[in-house]
Design a protein. Structure first.
Ligand code: ZN
Length: 149
């Protein structure tokens, strides 16, 4: 399942990627030609939601400001897995590759080099990721969010 989201839903897109789902934000003004027919479009606009429904495209509407409800309702509605797979780039949704931390030593803080594990690299945008203390915080955050709807 591939998700396409309004630009202002970047945080939601990032969390969908953390869960292993491809998610792309549509930059700038929303136009029909920017929405691929094979995906699900997530919007805060009732106008766009109704327009796409009429055209037989898959759309889902979320509240504009409540991030927790946004994520929780998308997970529930589409029956998404709730495991933090962290296998897609948080920024561009490209699949990540495992990388030896020696190879990225120059590009990460010393503390991270010493303590973190499971280093991955995005071959598309060059971003580097790792499992550190933030991973447990993310897990706890997700558990809290899942109780909200
Ligand atoms: Zn990337």
């Amino acid at each position: 399942m591939r998700f396409y989201l309004e630009e202002n839903l970047e945080k939601l897109a990032r969390w969908l990627r953390f869960l292993g789902y491809s998610a792309y934000t549509i930059k700038g003004k929303i136009e029909l030609k920017k929405i691929p027919p094979d995906g699900v479009f997530i919007t805060t606009s009732r106008k766009w939601y109704e327009k796409l429904n009429k055209l037989g495209l898959q759309a889902f509407i979320v509240p504009r400001h409540d991030f927790d409800i946004q994520l929780c309702s998308v997970i529930k509605h589409f029956g998404l897995r709730t495991e933090l797979t962290l296998n897609l780039c948080a920024y561009c949704s490209n699949p990540l590759l495992g990388v030896d931390k020696e190879k990225v030593k120059e590009r990460i803080p010393l503390k991270v080099y010493e303590k973190a594990t499971d280093f991955t690299l995005c071959p598309n945008c060059g971003a580097i990721f790792w499992k550190g203390s933030h991973f447990n915080r993310m897990k706890r955050r997700l558990e809290k969010i899942l109780k909200k709807c």
